[in-house]
Design a protein around this ligand. Structure first.
Ligand SMILES: [Zn+2]
Ligand SMILES: [Zn+2]
Ligand SMILES: [Zn+2]
Length: 136
């Protein structure tokens, strides 16, 4: 029985017949089986990918150990280089807690500046009203 039911296995990438099949790793997200060559190629590809990644903000390619995970409050995916991480961290802190004009601590209610005010960050109610009177 066993002898006759033996079907040749085809590598899912190069479509060559495989004598010794390899199962792709689950994180590769590809279908198997694979031949030895394709397996090694994929392994290298993913190993390199796992070592080098681009900063999602500035696009600079770095070794993964030199990249930082964004804080969960930032609501972003990917990794950041140290420079962008620090910048973002500072930006976020400033934006979150202080009025960009008078640097007063902001409570729950904060105001976004209008585009033509050319201000970064958020404003307290007083500064927003002052700006509105001045700029509009
Ligand atoms: Zn193959
Ligand atoms: Zn960067
Ligand atoms: Zn203010």
């Amino acid at each position: 029985m066993g002898l006759f039911s033996k079907k040749p296995t085809i590598c899912n990438i190069c479509k060559k017949e495989v004598s010794h099949k390899h199962k792709p790793k689950s994180e590769w997200q590809i279908e198997g089986p694979l031949c030895g060559d394709c397996y090694v190629t994929q392994m290298k590809k993913f190993y390199e990918l796992s070592l080098r990644q681009k900063c999602v903000t500035c696009g600079m390619e770095k070794d993964v150990p030199d990249l930082w995970e964004p804080r969960y409050q930032w609501d972003m995916t990917g990794l950041l280089c140290k420079t962008c991480f620090d910048k973002k961290d500072l930006e976020f802190k400033n934006q979150k807690s202080f009025c960009t004009v008078c640097h007063k601590k902001l409570g729950m209610i904060r105001y976004n500046p209008k585009k033509h005010w050319v201000l970064d960050g958020q404003l307290c109610k007083e500064c927003w009203n002052v700006n509105k009177a001045k700029m509009d």
